[in-house]
Design a protein around this ligand. Structure first.
Ligand code: NAI
Length: 478
């Protein structure tokens, strides 16, 4: 079998396959979905364009989707997050060899340039043999954005010229679309019209989808996977509680105990990050704009302050807001010597890297890939992780398998729902029904030795819930 793909080195496949094998044991949700749905092949006929960090855990997701009948093309949703051995193993496939790869077309490697990144995103949407994808699996919404912008520009008859105000990344997007439309004038309209739906992984991508829906511009229906309880209350919180420290440690190996750490944002990700840093003995300061989250942080015993007031006292800064310009160049120029600055939110604009580069006299030294020292003209320096991009995937390998099994079980169920029961999800943004959320949790109990108490019929009647669940009303917040 021949197919197109673009990864670092297929020779890494064996190392990747060993890691995938170990990850499968830690991903009981995905493995039981393979058992449950393998025989009926609910995703037969699905052509999924996937844009999500190409890690070992994602390899197990991809091979679950194909085990359920789907055809898949994959790219990473971040230039630094690919694990090259996982990408190679997915291309080779469990039955293939380096000389005869039989897996899935993957277009991803660690350390892509922005043009390469967007080219890879185009490739997952460009299917061979005159076919088009009919499903998107997205993380952060870049694949969805490309399809929406492509169709919009085709409708308008031209891709707009870039302006001074456009970010570097937006210029690249415009270039990529201009080139693709020049060679295929109705490419994006055809793709957009063929998409049955998208399942979106993260807070930032979901935010974009609701904005499109509110503006009446959403082209296909969407399932918000992020707001399954078994996603955001686990991956965002406990996943980041683990992988934030992994990233900081691999990047700097600085002792966290006794240091002052600042976490910007006390949502799900912020809560996990603050917990991790406190667990290491750091004194943690929170910044928040939302009074409810600020009060929660205070009740947890954290100091809640404004960044401007404490910027000179902090050793480690972590942004978790999904907002932009949270740490500005001015903040960075006022930080302590060798303060560590990192972001764990989805996009790199939480830290004003472009502004930092424009500070007069500032000098950038690469300590190692994804770790840079920025020295100001007075001799003080700061350490910036992953060039302001999410540090847990740039400096480490993202969340561990067990928590990603929860997220990716939601993804798999969401793909099955949209592909096989699309009529039940009209154009708009939906969350999975609660019984499926509870199902994902159930799939992970045995592995942890959890003994669930069962309601008696009389108790269930007393509470007004079915014996077999769902146990909570929609408005319950966990
Ligand atoms: P969230 O909405 O629960 O939390 C964000 C918090 O930041 C909110 O409480 C908000 O009030 C606060 N905030 C917004 N602007 C702020 C500002 N200027 N200063 C201080 N606080 C501010 O969102 P969640 O789920 O915690 O996600 C946060 C980001 O992390 C998103 O971009 C999401 O996509 C990303 N994410 C990254 C993961 C990773 O592995 N790196 C995993 C999961 C999510």
């Amino acid at each position: 079998m021949t197919f197109d793909y673009q990864v670092r080195d297929l020779a890494l496949a064996e190392a990747g396959r060993h890691q995938i094998r170990l990850a499968e044991h830690e991903m009981p949700g995905l493995m039981s979905l393979r058992e449950e749905f393998g025989p009926t092949q609910p995703l037969a006929g699905a052509r999924i364009a996937g844009s999500l960090h190409m890690t070992v855990q994602t390899a197990v997701l991809i091979e679950t989707l194909t085990a359920l009948g789907a055809q898949v093309r994959w790219a990473s949703c971040n230039i630094f997050s690919t694990q090259d051995e996982a990408a190679a193993a997915v291309v080779v496939g469990p039955q293939g060899t380096v000389d005869d790869p039989q897996g899935v077309p993957v277009f991803a490697w660690k350390g892509e340039t922005l043009p390469e990144y967007w080219d890879c995103t185009v490739k997952i949407l460009s299917w061979p043999n005159g076919e088009s994808p009919n499903m998107i699996l997205d993380d952060g919404g870049d694949a969805t954005l490309l399809v929406h912008k492509g169709k919009e520009f085709e409708g308008a008859g031209a891709v707009p010229e870039t302006t001074e105000a456009d970010s570097e990344e937006y210029r690249v997007i415009l270039d990529v679309l201009r080139a693709s439309i020049a060679s295929e004038p109705t490419k994006w309209t055809t793709i957009a019209d063929g998409i049955q739906g998208v399942t979106e992984e993260t807070t930032t991508g979901v935010h974009r989808l609701y904005q499109l829906a509110e503006a009446g511009e959403l082209l296909f229906t969407a399932i918000n996977v992020n707001d399954s309880v078994t996603k955001s209350k686990f991956d965002n919180k406990y996943g980041c509680r683990h992988s934030l420290l992994d990233g900081i440690n691999r990047a700097t190996d600085v002792l966290i105990g006794g240091k002052v750490a600042l976490v910007a944002g006390f949502g799900d990700v912020g809560k996990g990050c603050a917990d991790a840093l406190r667990g290491q003995g750091a004194r943690v300061i929170i910044t928040e704009v939302d009074p409810i989250c600020a009060l929660q942080a205070a009740m947890e015993g954290y100091q809640v302050a404004r960044l401007d007031d404490v910027v000179g006292d902090v050793d480690i800064f972590v942004t978790t807001t999904g907002c932009y310009d949270v740490i500005t160049a001015d903040h960075m120029s006022r930080m302590k010597h060798q303060a560590i600055v990192g972001n764990i939110g989805h996009f790199d604009n939480e830290i004003d890297m472009a502004g930092l580069a424009r500070v007069p006299g500032v000098k950038r030294t690469e300590i190692k890939p994804q770790v840079h020292e920025w020295t100001f003209d007075d001799g003080r320096s700061i350490i910036v992780l992953s060039e302001g991009r999410l540090l847990n995937l740039g400096n480490a390998t993202g969340h561990p398998s067990f928590v990603m099994s929860n997220s990716f079980s939601n993804q798999t169920i969401a793909q099955i729902e949209l592909f096989t029961r699309g009529e039940e999800y009209p154009l708009g943004v939906h969350v999975l029904p609660k019984h499926l959320d509870e199902k994902v949790a159930r799939l992970h109990l045995d592995a942890l030795g959890v003994q669930l108490t069962e309601l008696s019929k009389a108790q269930a009647e007393y509470l007004g819930v079915p014996v077999e669940g769902p146990y909570k009303p929609e408005h319950y917040r966990y």
